[in-house]
Design a protein around this ligand. Structure first.
Ligand SMILES: Cc1cc2nc3c(=O)[nH]c(=O)nc-3n(C[C@H](O)[C@H](O)[C@H](O)COP(=O)(O)O)c2cc1C
Ligand SMILES: Nc1ncnc2c1ncn2[C@@H]1O[C@H](COP(=O)(O)OP(=O)(O)OP(=O)(O)O)[C@@H](O)[C@H]1O
Length: 144
């Protein structure tokens, strides 16, 4: 049973997330998703929605076998628990593949690090980024 791990913030779910998770799922037999805790999202605006709500929506997606809110301070704790064969990074995720591979090796976890592919808009106006969705909400509802 080839286990794949995917991860992210997954604030407002959109087709880009669906593409990423489908891509990750195709890399093995079982897809486990780690949903970033709000306090660990420091490289951009923090998510709007609660950890639990973001996890619940990800868990409901058909290609996801299991989803969990990540560890508060050791991002490799869930990796040790899941013991994946593949970690599928998102096409634009800010992580350093080599650094993750080194950490996996130092923890004795036999797992490859791969990158998923990007999903570009299929039509005018399709929004495939949470940040862009929030911007559009602010534009259209911001002054209510
Ligand atoms: C291998 C791996 C393990 C992770 N484990 C956790 C974790 O245990 N807890 C957590 O809050 N975030 C975890 N994350 C998510 C990161 O904290 C980061 O917030 C996330 O990758 C943001 O990606 P995004 O900008 O695409 O949403 C993990 C990420 C990776 C790549
Ligand atoms: N359009 C897309 N195509 C492919 N993968 C995507 C796309 N959008 C997001 N992802 C992937 O989904 C995962 C989670 O993304 P995240 O929760 O950061 O949402 P986001 O839409 O990328 O947010 P933002 O654009 O505000 O940074 C990341 O690995 C990211 O690479």
């Amino acid at each position: 049973m080839r286990r794949v791990v995917a991860q992210g913030t997954f604030d407002i779910i959109h087709p880009g997330h669906v593409h990423y998770l489908s891509d990750a799922a195709s890399m093995g037999d079982e897809l486990h998703v780690i949903v970033a805790r709000r306090e660990n999202v420091t490289h951009k605006e923090p998510p709007i929605l609660p950890n639990r709500q973001r996890r619940d929506v990800v868990a409901a997606l058909e290609m996801v076998d299991e989803a969990r809110v990540g560890h508060p301070n050791d991002i490799f704790a869930p990796i040790e628990e899941i013991d994946p064969d593949v970690i599928a990074l998102g096409y634009d995720q800010h992580h350093d593949d080599a650094a993750i591979e080194n950490e996996l090796e130092s923890r004795g976890i036999d797992c490859v690090v791969r990158r998923a592919s990007p999903r570009d808009p299929h039509y005018e106006g399709e929004l495939l980024s949470t940040g862009d969705i929030v911007d559009r909400i602010l534009e259209q509802r911001g002054d209510e």
